[in-house]
Design a protein around this ligand. Sequence first.
Ligand code: G6P
Length: 612
Amino acid sequence: MCGIVGYFGKRKASDILVDGLRRLEYRGYDSAGIACLFDGRIDVVKNPGKIKDLRLKVDSAASPILKESIQGIGHTRWATHGPPNEVNAHPHLDASGHFAMVHNGIIENYKDIRSGLAKEGIECISDTDSETLVQLIAFCYKGNLEDAVSEALQRIKGTYGIVVMTDHEPGKLVVARCGSPIVIGIGRNETLIASDASAIIPHTRDAIYLEDFDMAVITPDGMEICSVDRAPVSREVTAMDWDAAAAEKGEYKHFMLKEMFEQPQSIRNAIRGRLDYEMGTAVLSGLDFSARDAAQINRVLVVGCGTSMHAGMVGEYAIEEMAGVNAEVEQAAEFRYRNPLITPSDLVVAISQSGETADTLAAVREAKQKGALVAGLCNVVGSTIARETGRGVYLHAGPEIGVASTKAFTCQVSVMLMMALKLARTRRMPGHEGTEFARWIQRLPELVEEVLKQNDAIKAIAQKYAKCEHAFFIGRGYLFPVALEGALKLKEISYVHAEGYHAAELKHGPIALLQEDTPVIALLNNVPGKEKTQGNAEECKARKAPVIAVVSAGDEGAAEGFDDVIVVPDCPPAITTIPTVVALQLLAYHIAAARGCEIDQPRNLAKSVTVE
Ligand code: G6P
């Protein structure tokens, strides 16, 4: 969603800001802008549309401020209040033009603030909630920016990550956070601010992650951090460990393609050192409960959104089947509001690639409030969910830039399978079965490689169906969440209307929609109930819908009579979820590519959804 960058140092600010915004493009946005301060004046350039157009606008501007400034702020906006146009884009200025601010989050009481300002003769010019905050800061200003920010923030309700500057106090940036992440990078003679480490990682590895209600004041003399109500706080400098190269496309046409091909390695990283073949279990040190405590867990509740929730569903099946522990998965957005019944013997697992999804974070807080054991499965190190859960497992997938999640999903499933193994071994699973399952997990990278080798064959199938406007994915058991994820991938990046269904559900409605140009992707690999799904695929064929059958190697006969076939390695049902989803990722990618879609930044989507 929205992205923030800020800079104060010795280099040309506009270059660093625009480059930082380019690195945040993946989060999803529809307008962007920067503001720079030089020689006691602020200049702003904003643009609805892409960063490359913003860059052209900045480069062609004659303004000496943009050319000379060493201090500035920038923003990518994903429209919430008002359409994506130049006025609504950030940075916002106050009415006097002396204050500039970028804001992520939502000011819930902005209408009250706006009418209060109007009574003072201050009119807002944009539709946004954000503009009211900079107007309020300017209104509260009595000669010290941090005092004004502190006062204004205590009058608002909602969430924020902000960076503010004023030409009354050149050289100063005030940064604050509540519910919207902010990382401050400390470079040599320079300070960088961002909502996401990927924007600043090329410049420094030393960073401070602000906590909720922190306010940082950056001046040429250094940085001071306090709380928004001015109590002193101390925050540690941590080392960011993501390689800047990992956030570049390299030889690949799209980040999504690169990330799909990285999966053998990312899964290797996710499982490295976490399997104990002798004891037949998984060693997940972040799940710091003893075998005895694990044995007390009565229920596992998995919460997440989007792709992460689908990974949770695979985990739900594995935990129940292998460990015999009651497991349930729920959309985090629903969990947070429906007053769920939680007991201290429940383990709540929050899955989130970004570790910042608003609904998942709220579900974590609700589960903690109700006394459950809470664990996080996050990819982004130091993210809010990772920090607030305090217990959990990092995915080690590396930066995922493509909006459509691929390598994070397969790492999430790998970790869920290890968690199921760990729980299973504290209960009913015998050691030799644990060892066998651990060996299958170890083989996941090579199983994924087998599927990636079929890239060209899958591309050829994709091209046959690239013009379809509707598609159905069907599966059973472990392959039901895979069908959901396959459909999600296709709709996200190709805009084909795609639905995932339990194969048995097809007859309860969706079959009415089948036509000659509506492909059905039937997951017929070796899982219990395969023959039934085969029967469901026959029913689709009888309605003239073309069927793409996904089958296990050695069982190619299962595809007989269907239009196209994708063969994935034969492996146990829980394990097959990963190679199968990789085949569906490739299918979605090539359909989207054939349709000429903008794969890495699909319209209207955001990489990380930080508002409800
Ligand atoms: C957005 C992204 C999805 C992601 C979901 C949950 O919708 O576009 O790819 O699965 O958020 O994100 P999280 O970071 O919590 O996994």
